[in-house]
Design a protein. Sequence first.
Length: 431
Amino acid sequence: MSQMPQLPQLSACPTCAEPLEAGDNYCGGCGAEVPAAVPSARQEPEDYRLAAPAPVADPRAAAALDAPTPPGPAAPGAQPTTPAGASAGPHPHTRTHTSTSTGTATSAGTGTGADPRLPGGDSRPRCAACQEGTIDRDGYCEHCGHAQARERDHMERELAGVAAASDRGLRHHRNEDAFSVATVALQDGSPAVVAVVCDGVSSATRPDDASAAAAHAAEVSLLTSLPRGAHPRQAMKEAIVAAADAVTALAMEAGAPVPHEEPQQRHQNAPACTIVSAVVTGDLLTVGWIGDSRVYWVPDDRTTQPSRLTEDDSWAAQMVAAGLMSEAEAYADERAHAITGWLGADAYELEPHAASFKPDRPGVVVVCTDGLWNYAESAEEMARAVPPDARARPLQSARVLVGHALNGGGHDNVTVAVVPFPAAPGGAGSA
């Protein structure tokens, strides 16, 4: 366990004087990069375990907790055992984790400055920090170099029976997670609720595009097959295959390497992401995944046992499954989060995991990236982080869970979908 370097404390943004919180890399007011990031006093344990949720410390997360979500038009879009089929090895990339949804989402701001026009009629946005330079395609000021706040830094979405939230976190310059939430009527007229969460592999090419493409493709596939009568488990596997095809297609675009050239293709750093999804149909809960994003079951009655419904495709999980290490030893190792399953042209093989469950009591399904579960790893820890009224207020609960991760350190992008079970006939709202 290592201590974060102690840098000189800054109490306010040097550009706009907005108050800063411990751990901020960017100003919550103007989006300017803090020259000497305010350090967090928290020591990051190697196994990322926290005993209980804590109040939100990040100003962006606090604003999100209080902000109402405007309605928007809909846009197109495991079983707790050893993962089947061990893959050839961990992904060569180091993982970090764009957030899309099936409808209009709230945003923490664009950071483009007060006057979007520059002298001479140039309509490109001004820099929020210096108010002089223009912003390049990567989101940085061409004059002073400051990173600008992006629309997808913080996004939320709520539909009847499902809600999701995603945040850039406190240490990354962009959000490489993606989510998609949707509802659809089955053949008998009953509702099906869909939540898809994807996590881009940060060292791969275009990780934000990979996660967004996968989330969209999986949603479209599920919304097509479920109304036709496909069993949710089969529909889930087909959706994961569709998501994989969408990510692979990114590597086939102009200028990209041909995805099936061997053996050199595995050295081409193709776009890659993980995927996890949950579908609620009547009394059946179906989950599917590839990678290390997770699904948790949290019952309303907290005296009963919560469960993790997925098993990671990761080095640590393989060591534990093989009996070579204890869970504590494996997750303390620096190789713990190396993934052994992912979507992308350089994936060794595609083996979608899918399982169905019939919970015997009401509760919520938590679908999340490791940006959240790093701070609530066990099912019991996740249950303590989930608000007691989560089934009645899924969006508020998603906000609280994002805040829990940000307060814990926010070292990664954070994305979570909260799905009430069973789905309320009239839809679940959030106060």
